[in-house]
Design a protein around this ligand. Structure first.
Ligand code: ZN
Ligand code: ZN
Length: 595
Protein backbone atom coordinates (compact mmCIF):
# COMPACT_ATOMS: atom_id res chain seq x y z
CA UNK A 1 0.00 0.00 0.00
CA UNK A 2 1.18 3.52 -0.71
CA UNK A 3 1.10 6.20 1.99
CA UNK A 4 -2.05 7.70 0.53
CA UNK A 5 -3.77 4.30 0.37
CA UNK A 6 -2.81 3.76 3.98
CA UNK A 7 -4.44 7.06 4.93
CA UNK A 8 -7.53 6.18 2.92
CA UNK A 9 -7.90 2.70 4.27
CA UNK A 10 -7.50 4.11 7.77
CA UNK A 11 -10.20 6.66 6.93
CA UNK A 12 -12.50 3.70 6.17
CA UNK A 13 -11.99 2.52 9.77
CA UNK A 14 -12.72 6.04 11.00
CA UNK A 15 -15.90 6.01 8.94
CA UNK A 16 -16.91 2.64 10.39
CA UNK A 17 -16.30 3.90 13.91
CA UNK A 18 -18.49 6.95 13.25
CA UNK A 19 -21.27 4.92 11.61
CA UNK A 20 -21.49 2.56 14.55
CA UNK A 21 -21.81 5.45 16.97
CA UNK A 22 -24.92 6.50 15.06
CA UNK A 23 -26.20 3.04 14.09
CA UNK A 24 -24.72 0.41 16.45
CA UNK A 25 -26.69 -2.28 14.62
CA UNK A 26 -24.83 -1.68 11.31
CA UNK A 27 -23.21 -4.77 9.83
CA UNK A 28 -20.01 -4.03 7.97
CA UNK A 29 -18.45 -6.06 5.16
CA UNK A 30 -15.29 -4.77 3.42
CA UNK A 31 -13.68 -1.31 3.51
CA UNK A 32 -10.74 -1.04 1.10
CA UNK A 33 -8.99 1.98 -0.40
CA UNK A 34 -9.85 2.67 -4.05
CA UNK A 35 -8.46 4.89 -6.78
CA UNK A 36 -10.40 7.94 -5.65
CA UNK A 37 -10.51 7.34 -1.92
CA UNK A 38 -12.15 4.56 0.04
CA UNK A 39 -15.48 2.95 0.75
CA UNK A 40 -17.14 0.74 3.31
CA UNK A 41 -19.89 -1.77 2.48
CA UNK A 42 -22.71 -1.54 5.00
CA UNK A 43 -25.79 -3.59 5.78
CA UNK A 44 -28.21 -1.23 7.49
CA UNK A 45 -32.02 -0.88 7.42
CA UNK A 46 -31.68 2.92 7.36
CA UNK A 47 -31.06 4.11 3.79
CA UNK A 48 -28.03 6.35 3.95
CA UNK A 49 -28.39 9.46 1.80
CA UNK A 50 -26.26 12.59 1.26
CA UNK A 51 -28.49 14.22 3.89
CA UNK A 52 -26.76 12.00 6.47
CA UNK A 53 -23.23 12.92 5.40
CA UNK A 54 -22.86 15.95 7.63
CA UNK A 55 -23.82 13.98 10.72
CA UNK A 56 -21.48 11.11 9.85
CA UNK A 57 -18.61 13.45 9.03
CA UNK A 58 -19.08 15.23 12.35
CA UNK A 59 -18.69 11.89 14.16
CA UNK A 60 -15.66 11.08 12.01
CA UNK A 61 -14.13 14.39 13.02
CA UNK A 62 -14.36 13.49 16.70
CA UNK A 63 -12.68 10.16 16.00
CA UNK A 64 -9.86 11.93 14.15
CA UNK A 65 -9.58 14.55 16.91
CA UNK A 66 -9.35 11.83 19.57
CA UNK A 67 -6.17 10.70 17.78
CA UNK A 68 -6.69 7.06 18.72
CA UNK A 69 -3.79 4.73 17.93
CA UNK A 70 -4.43 1.86 15.48
CA UNK A 71 -3.39 -1.19 17.44
CA UNK A 72 -2.67 -4.41 15.60
CA UNK A 73 -3.09 -7.78 17.29
CA UNK A 74 -2.72 -11.27 15.91
CA UNK A 75 -5.25 -13.71 17.31
CA UNK A 76 -5.92 -17.44 16.97
CA UNK A 77 -8.73 -18.27 14.56
CA UNK A 78 -11.00 -19.56 17.37
CA UNK A 79 -10.72 -16.27 19.20
CA UNK A 80 -11.59 -14.28 16.09
CA UNK A 81 -14.60 -16.54 15.48
CA UNK A 82 -15.71 -16.06 19.08
CA UNK A 83 -15.53 -12.28 18.71
CA UNK A 84 -17.48 -12.52 15.47
CA UNK A 85 -20.18 -14.64 17.11
CA UNK A 86 -20.49 -12.05 19.87
CA UNK A 87 -21.02 -9.36 17.25
CA UNK A 88 -17.76 -7.76 18.36
CA UNK A 89 -16.04 -7.63 14.95
CA UNK A 90 -16.50 -4.32 13.15
CA UNK A 91 -18.33 -3.05 16.22
CA UNK A 92 -17.85 -0.82 19.26
CA UNK A 93 -18.98 -3.46 21.77
CA UNK A 94 -20.50 -6.94 21.97
CA UNK A 95 -23.84 -7.15 20.21
CA UNK A 96 -26.85 -9.44 20.34
CA UNK A 97 -26.16 -10.77 16.85
CA UNK A 98 -23.07 -12.13 15.12
CA UNK A 99 -20.89 -10.00 12.79
CA UNK A 100 -21.99 -12.15 9.87
CA UNK A 101 -19.93 -10.63 7.06
CA UNK A 102 -16.75 -10.56 9.09
CA UNK A 103 -17.34 -14.21 10.01
CA UNK A 104 -17.71 -15.02 6.34
CA UNK A 105 -14.54 -13.08 5.44
CA UNK A 106 -12.79 -14.92 8.27
CA UNK A 107 -13.85 -18.28 6.85
CA UNK A 108 -12.19 -17.32 3.56
CA UNK A 109 -8.78 -16.70 5.11
CA UNK A 110 -6.72 -19.79 4.25
CA UNK A 111 -5.76 -22.10 7.07
CA UNK A 112 -2.34 -21.21 8.41
CA UNK A 113 -2.52 -17.57 7.43
CA UNK A 114 -2.19 -14.95 10.15
CA UNK A 115 -5.43 -13.42 11.43
CA UNK A 116 -5.06 -9.84 12.56
CA UNK A 117 -7.35 -7.35 14.24
CA UNK A 118 -7.01 -3.59 14.27
CA UNK A 119 -8.42 -1.60 17.14
CA UNK A 120 -8.93 2.14 17.42
CA UNK A 121 -10.79 3.33 20.48
CA UNK A 122 -13.64 0.87 21.01
CA UNK A 123 -13.76 -0.14 17.36
CA UNK A 124 -12.35 -3.57 16.52
CA UNK A 125 -12.05 -4.74 12.94
CA UNK A 126 -10.84 -7.87 11.25
CA UNK A 127 -8.22 -6.49 8.92
CA UNK A 128 -4.90 -7.34 7.34
CA UNK A 129 -3.80 -3.68 7.48
CA UNK A 130 -1.66 -1.73 7.16
CA UNK A 131 -2.78 1.50 8.74
CA UNK A 132 -1.43 4.89 9.66
CA UNK A 133 -0.24 5.24 13.26
CA UNK A 134 -3.23 7.13 14.65
CA UNK A 135 -6.65 8.32 13.57
CA UNK A 136 -5.21 11.87 13.70
CA UNK A 137 -3.04 11.02 10.69
CA UNK A 138 -6.14 11.08 8.52
CA UNK A 139 -5.49 14.71 7.63
CA UNK A 140 -8.57 15.58 5.61
CA UNK A 141 -11.58 13.59 4.48
CA UNK A 142 -14.97 13.94 2.87
CA UNK A 143 -17.85 11.60 2.11
CA UNK A 144 -18.69 11.73 -1.56
CA UNK A 145 -21.51 9.39 -2.53
CA UNK A 146 -23.40 6.23 -1.71
CA UNK A 147 -24.43 3.42 -4.04
CA UNK A 148 -25.79 -0.06 -3.69
CA UNK A 149 -23.98 -3.31 -4.23
CA UNK A 150 -24.18 -6.98 -3.35
CA UNK A 151 -22.00 -8.76 -0.86
CA UNK A 152 -18.98 -10.04 -2.81
CA UNK A 153 -20.52 -8.53 -5.94
CA UNK A 154 -22.89 -11.47 -6.24
CA UNK A 155 -26.58 -10.77 -6.88
CA UNK A 156 -27.49 -13.89 -4.92
CA UNK A 157 -26.08 -12.33 -1.76
CA UNK A 158 -27.67 -9.63 0.34
CA UNK A 159 -27.76 -6.07 -0.87
CA UNK A 160 -25.43 -3.61 0.81
CA UNK A 161 -24.93 0.14 0.77
CA UNK A 162 -21.52 1.27 -0.41
CA UNK A 163 -20.57 4.56 1.19
CA UNK A 164 -17.69 6.31 -0.56
CA UNK A 165 -15.37 8.97 0.68
CA UNK A 166 -11.97 10.36 -0.01
CA UNK A 167 -9.09 11.27 2.24
CA UNK A 168 -5.83 13.15 1.97
CA UNK A 169 -2.75 14.01 3.95
CA UNK A 170 -4.05 17.55 4.49
CA UNK A 171 -6.75 20.02 3.60
CA UNK A 172 -4.76 21.80 0.86
CA UNK A 173 -4.31 18.55 -1.04
CA UNK A 174 -7.97 17.72 -0.69
CA UNK A 175 -9.07 21.13 -1.96
CA UNK A 176 -6.74 20.87 -4.95
CA UNK A 177 -8.34 17.49 -5.68
CA UNK A 178 -11.88 18.86 -5.77
CA UNK A 179 -10.84 21.82 -7.94
CA UNK A 180 -9.24 19.35 -10.30
CA UNK A 181 -12.45 17.30 -10.40
CA UNK A 182 -14.38 20.40 -11.46
CA UNK A 183 -11.93 20.98 -14.31
CA UNK A 184 -12.05 17.30 -15.20
CA UNK A 185 -15.80 17.53 -15.61
CA UNK A 186 -15.32 20.14 -18.32
CA UNK A 187 -12.75 17.92 -19.97
CA UNK A 188 -14.74 14.70 -19.57
CA UNK A 189 -13.75 12.43 -22.42
CA UNK A 190 -17.33 11.23 -22.90
CA UNK A 191 -18.59 14.78 -23.35
CA UNK A 192 -15.71 15.93 -25.57
CA UNK A 193 -15.68 12.64 -27.48
CA UNK A 194 -19.24 13.35 -28.51
CA UNK A 195 -18.73 17.05 -29.29
CA UNK A 196 -15.62 16.37 -31.36
CA UNK A 197 -17.19 13.31 -33.00
CA UNK A 198 -14.43 10.92 -32.02
CA UNK A 199 -16.32 7.81 -30.94
CA UNK A 200 -19.75 6.51 -30.09
CA UNK A 201 -21.48 3.58 -28.43
CA UNK A 202 -24.52 1.82 -29.78
CA UNK A 203 -27.04 -0.37 -27.98
CA UNK A 204 -27.19 -2.84 -30.88
CA UNK A 205 -23.44 -3.23 -30.94
CA UNK A 206 -23.34 -3.60 -27.19
CA UNK A 207 -22.20 -1.76 -24.08
CA UNK A 208 -18.49 -1.24 -23.64
CA UNK A 209 -17.78 -1.73 -27.34
CA UNK A 210 -16.68 1.64 -28.71
CA UNK A 211 -17.17 2.52 -32.36
CA UNK A 212 -14.56 4.93 -33.66
CA UNK A 213 -15.79 7.71 -35.92
CA UNK A 214 -13.40 8.92 -38.67
CA UNK A 215 -11.85 11.60 -36.44
CA UNK A 216 -11.24 9.10 -33.65
CA UNK A 217 -9.79 6.64 -36.14
CA UNK A 218 -7.23 9.30 -37.10
CA UNK A 219 -6.13 9.56 -33.46
CA UNK A 220 -5.72 5.80 -33.37
CA UNK A 221 -3.75 5.69 -36.57
CA UNK A 222 -1.41 8.50 -35.57
CA UNK A 223 -0.71 6.84 -32.23
CA UNK A 224 -0.09 3.50 -33.93
CA UNK A 225 2.23 5.14 -36.41
CA UNK A 226 4.22 6.58 -33.53
CA UNK A 227 4.32 3.21 -31.75
CA UNK A 228 5.38 1.34 -34.86
CA UNK A 229 8.20 3.77 -35.64
CA UNK A 230 9.40 3.70 -32.04
CA UNK A 231 9.25 -0.07 -31.80
CA UNK A 232 10.95 -0.60 -35.15
CA UNK A 233 13.82 1.63 -34.01
CA UNK A 234 14.02 -0.38 -30.77
CA UNK A 235 14.37 -3.70 -32.57
CA UNK A 236 10.82 -5.02 -32.24
CA UNK A 237 9.23 -7.23 -34.88
CA UNK A 238 5.55 -6.98 -35.68
CA UNK A 239 3.27 -9.99 -35.51
CA UNK A 240 -0.44 -10.57 -36.03
CA UNK A 241 -2.71 -12.99 -34.25
CA UNK A 242 -6.38 -13.97 -34.43
CA UNK A 243 -9.00 -12.77 -31.95
CA UNK A 244 -10.04 -16.21 -30.75
CA UNK A 245 -8.39 -19.40 -29.60
CA UNK A 246 -9.29 -22.81 -28.29
CA UNK A 247 -9.86 -23.41 -24.63
CA UNK A 248 -6.68 -25.44 -24.40
CA UNK A 249 -4.52 -22.36 -24.99
CA UNK A 250 -5.97 -20.55 -22.00
CA UNK A 251 -5.68 -23.60 -19.83
CA UNK A 252 -1.98 -23.72 -20.60
CA UNK A 253 -1.64 -20.00 -19.90
CA UNK A 254 -3.55 -20.31 -16.64
CA UNK A 255 -6.25 -17.82 -17.65
CA UNK A 256 -8.72 -20.66 -17.30
CA UNK A 257 -10.32 -21.33 -14.97
CA UNK A 258 -9.07 -18.42 -12.80
CA UNK A 259 -9.77 -15.61 -15.24
CA UNK A 260 -12.94 -17.13 -16.76
CA UNK A 261 -15.23 -14.53 -15.19
CA UNK A 262 -13.47 -11.75 -17.04
CA UNK A 263 -13.75 -13.53 -20.38
CA UNK A 264 -16.73 -13.58 -22.73
CA UNK A 265 -18.61 -16.89 -22.48
CA UNK A 266 -17.19 -19.64 -24.66
CA UNK A 267 -18.33 -20.68 -28.12
CA UNK A 268 -18.89 -24.40 -28.39
CA UNK A 269 -18.90 -25.99 -31.79
CA UNK A 270 -18.49 -29.30 -33.52
CA UNK A 271 -15.63 -29.01 -35.98
CA UNK A 272 -16.09 -32.37 -37.67
CA UNK A 273 -19.09 -34.63 -38.05
CA UNK A 274 -19.34 -36.99 -35.11
CA UNK A 275 -16.28 -35.34 -33.61
CA UNK A 276 -16.04 -33.93 -30.15
CA UNK A 277 -17.25 -30.47 -29.25
CA UNK A 278 -14.53 -27.87 -29.29
CA UNK A 279 -14.60 -24.71 -27.22
CA UNK A 280 -13.26 -21.35 -28.32
CA UNK A 281 -12.79 -18.14 -26.38
CA UNK A 282 -12.39 -14.55 -27.44
CA UNK A 283 -8.91 -13.55 -26.39
CA UNK A 284 -8.56 -11.56 -23.21
CA UNK A 285 -4.82 -11.16 -23.61
CA UNK A 286 -2.34 -11.43 -26.43
CA UNK A 287 0.40 -13.24 -24.52
CA UNK A 288 -0.62 -16.85 -25.18
CA UNK A 289 -0.73 -16.24 -28.92
CA UNK A 290 2.70 -14.61 -28.84
CA UNK A 291 4.13 -17.49 -26.83
CA UNK A 292 2.96 -19.81 -29.59
CA UNK A 293 4.76 -17.66 -32.15
CA UNK A 294 7.95 -17.94 -30.13
CA UNK A 295 7.44 -21.68 -30.04
CA UNK A 296 6.71 -22.00 -33.77
CA UNK A 297 10.39 -22.12 -34.73
CA UNK A 298 13.36 -23.64 -32.90
CA UNK A 299 15.08 -20.71 -31.15
CA UNK A 300 18.76 -20.17 -30.52
CA UNK A 301 20.41 -17.86 -27.98
CA UNK A 302 21.77 -15.96 -30.99
CA UNK A 303 18.27 -14.70 -31.84
CA UNK A 304 17.51 -13.41 -28.36
CA UNK A 305 16.14 -11.05 -27.33
CA UNK A 306 13.07 -11.56 -29.49
CA UNK A 307 10.56 -8.73 -29.26
CA UNK A 308 7.11 -9.41 -30.67
CA UNK A 309 4.84 -6.39 -30.99
CA UNK A 310 1.21 -6.15 -31.93
CA UNK A 311 -1.59 -3.66 -31.44
CA UNK A 312 -3.72 -6.61 -30.39
CA UNK A 313 -7.46 -6.43 -29.84
CA UNK A 314 -8.63 -8.09 -26.65
CA UNK A 315 -12.07 -8.69 -25.18
CA UNK A 316 -12.86 -8.67 -21.51
CA UNK A 317 -16.21 -9.14 -19.90
CA UNK A 318 -16.32 -6.23 -17.48
CA UNK A 319 -19.48 -6.09 -15.38
CA UNK A 320 -21.89 -3.65 -17.03
CA UNK A 321 -22.00 -1.53 -13.87
CA UNK A 322 -18.27 -1.01 -14.20
CA UNK A 323 -18.23 0.19 -17.79
CA UNK A 324 -17.25 3.83 -18.11
CA UNK A 325 -16.83 5.59 -21.45
CA UNK A 326 -13.46 4.64 -22.89
CA UNK A 327 -11.96 4.05 -19.47
CA UNK A 328 -13.59 0.68 -18.88
CA UNK A 329 -14.57 -1.15 -22.02
CA UNK A 330 -15.11 -4.67 -23.24
CA UNK A 331 -13.05 -4.48 -26.41
CA UNK A 332 -9.65 -2.88 -26.38
CA UNK A 333 -6.69 -2.45 -28.66
CA UNK A 334 -3.48 -2.86 -26.75
CA UNK A 335 -0.02 -1.47 -27.43
CA UNK A 336 1.30 -4.92 -26.59
CA UNK A 337 4.65 -6.59 -26.91
CA UNK A 338 6.43 -9.54 -25.36
CA UNK A 339 10.17 -9.61 -25.02
CA UNK A 340 11.79 -13.02 -24.70
CA UNK A 341 15.30 -12.80 -23.32
CA UNK A 342 17.94 -14.53 -21.23
CA UNK A 343 18.44 -13.58 -17.60
CA UNK A 344 21.65 -11.78 -18.63
CA UNK A 345 19.77 -9.64 -21.10
CA UNK A 346 16.96 -8.78 -18.75
CA UNK A 347 18.29 -5.60 -17.17
CA UNK A 348 19.18 -4.05 -20.52
CA UNK A 349 15.77 -4.93 -21.98
CA UNK A 350 13.90 -3.64 -19.00
CA UNK A 351 15.89 -0.42 -19.07
CA UNK A 352 15.07 0.04 -22.75
CA UNK A 353 11.36 -0.40 -22.01
CA UNK A 354 11.58 2.33 -19.37
CA UNK A 355 13.35 4.64 -21.78
CA UNK A 356 10.56 4.10 -24.25
CA UNK A 357 8.06 5.21 -21.61
CA UNK A 358 10.02 8.36 -20.93
CA UNK A 359 10.21 9.12 -24.63
CA UNK A 360 6.43 8.83 -24.94
CA UNK A 361 5.87 10.95 -21.84
CA UNK A 362 7.89 13.72 -23.47
CA UNK A 363 5.96 13.52 -26.73
CA UNK A 364 2.62 13.75 -24.94
CA UNK A 365 3.71 16.35 -22.40
CA UNK A 366 3.22 14.03 -19.43
CA UNK A 367 5.26 15.67 -16.73
CA UNK A 368 4.21 13.71 -13.70
CA UNK A 369 4.37 9.94 -13.60
CA UNK A 370 5.14 7.19 -11.16
CA UNK A 371 5.98 3.54 -11.53
CA UNK A 372 4.39 1.33 -8.93
CA UNK A 373 6.59 -1.69 -8.46
CA UNK A 374 4.64 -4.60 -6.95
CA UNK A 375 6.67 -7.34 -5.37
CA UNK A 376 5.82 -10.70 -3.80
CA UNK A 377 5.46 -11.73 -0.19
CA UNK A 378 7.79 -14.64 0.67
CA UNK A 379 5.26 -16.01 3.19
CA UNK A 380 2.75 -16.52 0.37
CA UNK A 381 4.93 -18.53 -2.00
CA UNK A 382 3.02 -21.43 -3.46
CA UNK A 383 -0.34 -19.76 -2.74
CA UNK A 384 -0.60 -16.25 -4.09
CA UNK A 385 2.78 -16.37 -5.82
CA UNK A 386 4.43 -19.07 -7.88
CA UNK A 387 6.84 -21.03 -5.70
CA UNK A 388 10.19 -19.95 -7.17
CA UNK A 389 11.94 -18.08 -4.34
CA UNK A 390 15.23 -17.60 -6.20
CA UNK A 391 13.63 -16.34 -9.38
CA UNK A 392 11.52 -13.89 -7.39
CA UNK A 393 14.55 -12.53 -5.65
CA UNK A 394 16.61 -12.35 -8.80
CA UNK A 395 14.02 -10.62 -10.97
CA UNK A 396 12.89 -8.23 -8.25
CA UNK A 397 16.49 -7.21 -7.59
CA UNK A 398 17.04 -6.66 -11.30
CA UNK A 399 13.92 -4.54 -11.66
CA UNK A 400 14.71 -2.52 -8.55
CA UNK A 401 18.28 -1.87 -9.69
CA UNK A 402 17.18 -0.64 -13.09
CA UNK A 403 14.58 1.63 -11.53
CA UNK A 404 17.14 3.11 -9.15
CA UNK A 405 19.90 3.41 -11.76
CA UNK A 406 17.71 5.15 -14.28
CA UNK A 407 16.47 7.61 -11.67
CA UNK A 408 12.86 6.74 -12.33
CA UNK A 409 10.22 7.92 -9.89
CA UNK A 410 8.81 4.75 -8.31
CA UNK A 411 7.23 3.29 -5.19
CA UNK A 412 7.55 -0.30 -4.07
CA UNK A 413 4.40 -2.13 -3.01
CA UNK A 414 4.91 -5.51 -1.37
CA UNK A 415 2.46 -8.39 -1.74
CA UNK A 416 0.82 -7.08 -4.91
CA UNK A 417 2.84 -8.78 -7.64
CA UNK A 418 1.17 -10.92 -10.28
CA UNK A 419 1.09 -14.66 -9.69
CA UNK A 420 4.01 -15.29 -12.02
CA UNK A 421 6.30 -12.36 -11.44
CA UNK A 422 6.81 -8.78 -10.31
CA UNK A 423 4.59 -6.15 -11.86
CA UNK A 424 5.02 -2.48 -12.65
CA UNK A 425 1.92 -0.31 -12.97
CA UNK A 426 2.54 3.00 -14.61
CA UNK A 427 0.58 5.92 -13.29
CA UNK A 428 0.47 9.24 -15.06
CA UNK A 429 -1.13 12.53 -14.19
CA UNK A 430 -2.99 14.62 -16.73
CA UNK A 431 -2.22 18.30 -17.04
CA UNK A 432 -4.94 19.12 -14.52
CA UNK A 433 -3.49 16.62 -12.06
CA UNK A 434 -5.83 13.66 -12.36
CA UNK A 435 -4.24 10.28 -11.98
CA UNK A 436 -4.61 7.50 -14.54
CA UNK A 437 -3.20 4.01 -14.50
CA UNK A 438 -2.02 3.66 -18.06
CA UNK A 439 -0.25 0.40 -18.37
CA UNK A 440 1.09 -2.59 -16.60
CA UNK A 441 4.44 -4.22 -17.26
CA UNK A 442 5.12 -7.65 -16.02
CA UNK A 443 8.10 -9.83 -15.61
CA UNK A 444 7.11 -13.39 -16.20
CA UNK A 445 9.26 -16.33 -15.29
CA UNK A 446 6.55 -18.93 -14.93
CA UNK A 447 4.28 -18.90 -17.95
CA UNK A 448 7.06 -19.42 -20.55
CA UNK A 449 7.78 -22.66 -18.72
CA UNK A 450 4.12 -23.72 -18.76
CA UNK A 451 4.22 -23.25 -22.52
CA UNK A 452 7.43 -25.25 -22.73
CA UNK A 453 9.22 -22.35 -24.40
CA UNK A 454 12.93 -22.86 -24.80
CA UNK A 455 15.99 -21.81 -26.70
CA UNK A 456 19.30 -23.52 -27.33
CA UNK A 457 22.12 -22.00 -25.30
CA UNK A 458 25.71 -21.56 -26.46
CA UNK A 459 26.50 -24.81 -24.63
CA UNK A 460 23.84 -26.54 -26.69
CA UNK A 461 21.54 -27.05 -23.69
CA UNK A 462 17.90 -25.97 -23.46
CA UNK A 463 16.83 -23.00 -21.37
CA UNK A 464 13.50 -21.26 -20.74
CA UNK A 465 13.53 -17.54 -21.61
CA UNK A 466 12.24 -14.80 -19.35
CA UNK A 467 9.35 -12.83 -20.76
CA UNK A 468 8.63 -9.13 -20.30
CA UNK A 469 5.05 -8.06 -21.00
CA UNK A 470 4.92 -4.36 -21.74
CA UNK A 471 2.37 -1.89 -23.09
CA UNK A 472 3.64 1.68 -22.64
CA UNK A 473 0.68 3.29 -24.39
CA UNK A 474 -1.80 0.97 -22.70
CA UNK A 475 -4.89 0.49 -24.80
CA UNK A 476 -6.09 2.95 -27.42
CA UNK A 477 -9.32 3.33 -25.50
CA UNK A 478 -7.81 4.28 -22.18
CA UNK A 479 -4.95 6.27 -23.63
CA UNK A 480 -7.18 8.36 -25.89
CA UNK A 481 -9.59 8.85 -23.00
CA UNK A 482 -6.62 10.17 -21.04
CA UNK A 483 -5.39 12.35 -23.92
CA UNK A 484 -8.80 13.95 -24.41
CA UNK A 485 -8.76 15.14 -20.81
CA UNK A 486 -5.05 15.95 -20.85
CA UNK A 487 -5.35 18.23 -23.87
CA UNK A 488 -8.99 19.21 -23.25
CA UNK A 489 -9.57 18.15 -26.86
CA UNK A 490 -6.91 20.56 -28.18
CA UNK A 491 -4.65 17.89 -29.64
CA UNK A 492 -1.17 18.83 -30.81
CA UNK A 493 -1.14 19.43 -34.54
CA UNK A 494 0.50 16.09 -35.49
CA UNK A 495 -2.31 14.25 -33.71
CA UNK A 496 -5.28 16.51 -34.45
CA UNK A 497 -7.92 14.89 -36.66
CA UNK A 498 -8.25 18.17 -38.56
CA UNK A 499 -4.97 20.04 -38.64
CA UNK A 500 -5.80 23.14 -40.62
CA UNK A 501 -9.02 24.90 -41.56
CA UNK A 502 -9.00 27.41 -44.36
CA UNK A 503 -11.62 30.17 -44.30
CA UNK A 504 -12.38 32.51 -47.14
CA UNK A 505 -13.66 36.02 -46.49
CA UNK A 506 -15.45 36.37 -49.84
CA UNK A 507 -15.86 34.28 -52.98
CA UNK A 508 -13.07 36.25 -54.58
CA UNK A 509 -10.52 34.24 -52.57
CA UNK A 510 -11.83 30.81 -53.58
CA UNK A 511 -9.12 30.13 -56.13
CA UNK A 512 -6.34 31.13 -53.76
CA UNK A 513 -7.84 29.02 -50.95
CA UNK A 514 -8.26 26.02 -53.25
CA UNK A 515 -4.62 26.27 -54.23
CA UNK A 516 -3.47 26.31 -50.59
CA UNK A 517 -5.76 23.38 -49.85
CA UNK A 518 -4.23 21.42 -52.71
CA UNK A 519 -0.69 22.15 -51.56
CA UNK A 520 -1.51 21.02 -48.04
CA UNK A 521 -3.18 17.84 -49.25
CA UNK A 522 -0.17 17.00 -51.38
CA UNK A 523 1.86 16.93 -48.16
CA UNK A 524 -0.84 14.79 -46.46
CA UNK A 525 -1.92 17.58 -44.13
CA UNK A 526 -5.49 17.07 -42.91
CA UNK A 527 -7.18 20.24 -44.09
CA UNK A 528 -10.76 21.39 -44.55
CA UNK A 529 -11.88 24.39 -46.56
CA UNK A 530 -14.82 26.47 -45.44
CA UNK A 531 -15.78 28.57 -48.48
CA UNK A 532 -19.42 28.86 -47.43
CA UNK A 533 -21.13 32.24 -47.61
CA UNK A 534 -21.46 32.50 -43.84
CA UNK A 535 -20.03 35.49 -42.06
CA UNK A 536 -16.33 35.15 -41.26
CA UNK A 537 -17.00 35.47 -37.52
CA UNK A 538 -19.35 32.49 -37.64
CA UNK A 539 -16.84 30.43 -39.60
CA UNK A 540 -14.12 31.20 -37.07
CA UNK A 541 -16.38 30.20 -34.23
CA UNK A 542 -17.17 26.87 -35.86
CA UNK A 543 -13.49 26.12 -36.41
CA UNK A 544 -12.69 27.03 -32.83
CA UNK A 545 -15.45 24.78 -31.54
CA UNK A 546 -13.95 21.93 -33.56
CA UNK A 547 -10.63 22.73 -31.82
CA UNK A 548 -8.67 22.90 -35.08
CA UNK A 549 -5.06 23.83 -34.19
CA UNK A 550 -4.56 26.23 -37.12
CA UNK A 551 -7.32 28.38 -38.53
CA UNK A 552 -6.21 30.30 -41.62
CA UNK A 553 -8.31 33.10 -43.04
CA UNK A 554 -7.68 34.49 -46.49
CA UNK A 555 -9.14 37.79 -47.57
CA UNK A 556 -8.32 40.25 -50.31
CA UNK A 557 -5.10 41.42 -48.65
CA UNK A 558 -3.80 37.87 -48.00
CA UNK A 559 -4.56 36.50 -51.43
CA UNK A 560 -2.93 39.40 -53.26
CA UNK A 561 0.26 39.15 -51.17
CA UNK A 562 0.60 35.33 -50.77
CA UNK A 563 -0.13 35.59 -47.05
CA UNK A 564 -2.42 33.83 -44.60
CA UNK A 565 -3.86 35.18 -41.38
CA UNK A 566 -3.13 32.57 -38.69
CA UNK A 567 -5.23 31.90 -35.62
CA UNK A 568 -3.97 29.37 -33.08
CA UNK A 569 -4.20 28.80 -29.36
CA UNK A 570 -0.50 29.55 -29.19
CA UNK A 571 -1.06 33.08 -30.48
CA UNK A 572 -2.77 35.79 -28.51
CA UNK A 573 -3.99 37.52 -31.69
CA UNK A 574 -4.23 36.58 -35.38
CA UNK A 575 -0.91 36.92 -37.17
CA UNK A 576 -0.30 37.56 -40.86
CA UNK A 577 2.36 35.25 -42.25
CA UNK A 578 3.80 34.69 -45.71
CA UNK A 579 2.26 31.42 -46.92
CA UNK A 580 5.56 29.61 -47.67
CA UNK A 581 6.86 30.40 -44.17
CA UNK A 582 3.74 29.13 -42.46
CA UNK A 583 3.62 26.04 -44.64
CA UNK A 584 7.24 25.16 -43.93
CA UNK A 585 6.86 25.67 -40.19
CA UNK A 586 3.67 23.58 -40.11
CA UNK A 587 5.28 20.62 -41.86
CA UNK A 588 8.20 20.75 -39.49
CA UNK A 589 5.97 20.89 -36.45
CA UNK A 590 4.05 17.83 -37.65
CA UNK A 591 7.21 15.90 -38.50
CA UNK A 592 8.73 16.61 -35.09
CA UNK A 593 5.47 15.76 -33.30
CA UNK A 594 5.76 19.01 -31.37
CA UNK A 595 3.40 19.70 -28.54
ZN1 ZN B 1 -7.93 -2.00 8.05
ZN1 ZN C 1 1.27 -10.26 -22.02
Amino acid sequence: MTDLERIRHSAAHVLATALLKIWPEAQLAAGPPVETGFYYDIDLPHRISPADFERIEAEMKTVVKANQPFVRSVVPREEAIKLGENGRLAALSDRAFPSKYKLDILSRIPEGEEISLYTNGHFVDLCAGPHVMRTGNVGAFKLTHVSSTYYLGDEKNSQLQRLYGTAFKNKTEMEAYFTMLEEAKKRDHRKLGKELQLFTFDEDVGPGLPLWLPKGAILIEEIEKLAKETELAAGYQRVRTPHIAREKLYQTSGHLPYYAESMFPPMCLQESEGGEKVTYYLKAMNCPHHHKLFDAIPRSYRELPIRFAEYGTCYRYEQSGELLGLMRVRSMQMNDAHIYCTADQFAQEFRAVNEMYLKYFKIFGIEKYQMRFSTHDPSKLGQKFVDEPELWKKTEDMVRNVLIESGINYVEVPNEAAFYGPKIDVQVWSIIGREFTLATNQVDFAVPRRFGLEYTTSENSKETPLCIHRAPLGTHERFIGFLIEHFAGHFPVWLAPEQVRLLTVTEAQNDYALRLERELKEKVVRVALDDSRDKLGAKIRLAELAKVPYILTVGERESSSEHVSVRSRKLTAPEAKPWPDFFHQLLEEIARRSL
